[in-house]
Design a protein around this ligand. Structure first.
Ligand SMILES: N[C@@H](CCC(=O)N[C@@H](CS)C(=O)NCC(=O)O)C(=O)O
Ligand SMILES: [Zn+2]
Ligand SMILES: [Zn+2]
Length: 189
């Protein structure tokens, strides 16, 4: 049987809705769930194979996207959150009890500062933007995936219409490089 990439991808993509108003994310605790309220849709939603992004049980990939910081609020049981790795660029806030990552925030100077990273499968609402591409695909090997099976993984992404990259997509890499070039002064626009 083919491995699960992610429940939002395995059986094909469900397109998001225009003018989706947003919704609530919940952790997996049976009671006293951490709740995060998102205004508006997620942007740049994508699969991520890196070792740091939260994945549901049995999935090889995370599905992660961004929202402006101003569009995210912790609305219940925020005292259960802790930062997974203080030294990472993305400060991932996870539930201490169930381990689910509710949001990741960039606090240091970075091309994506001002954006929070979220996992829309933590919401019951339908209409979130569907994944747009797959990033950090080769990184699953670092976590124990056999490199000989990589063609199957990339083929599966392509079969649902997603392009695969081993870092981020060209658009996001260009945005990061634009930020770096402007910061150093080498790029003047
Ligand atoms: N191969 C590495 C890649 C990690 C990585 O660079 N992740 C990307 C995509 S989420 C990133 O921007 N990380 C910044 C961070 O985790 O703070 C791994 O799997 O751990
Ligand atoms: Zn929890
Ligand atoms: Zn990642």
């Amino acid at each position: 049987m083919a491995p699960s990439l992610h429940p939002l991808i395995d059986n094909g993509l469900t397109k998001g809705s225009e003018n989706f108003p947003g919704g609530k994310l919940h952790c997996h605790c049976p009671t006293n769930k951490v709740e995060v309220t998102i205004t508006g849709n997620v942007l740049h939603n994508h699969a991520c194979g890196c070792s740091k992004c939260w994945k549901p049980a049995g999935a090889l990939f995370s599905v992660v996207g961004v929202v402006p910081v101003a569009n995210l609020a912790v609305t219940a049981n925020g005292d259960k959150l802790k930062i997974v790795d203080e030294s990472a660029a993305i400060q991932r806030h996870a539930c201490k009890q169930c381990g689910v990552h509710l949001y990741g925030r960039i606090e240091k100077e970075h091309g994506f500062k001002g954006l929070d990273f979220i996992h829309v499968e933590l919401s019951d609402e339908k209409g979130w933007q569907e994944p747009q591409f797959a990033a950090f695909v080769s990184s699953i090997i670092e976590q124990g995936f056999n490199p000989k099976d990589m063609p199957e993984v990339r083929n599966k992404f392509h079969s649902v219409g997603l392009e695969t990259y081993d870092v981020l997509s060209p658009a996001l890499m260009d945005a990061l490089s634009t930020y770096a070039g402007q910061k150093s002064g080498a790029l003047k626009l």
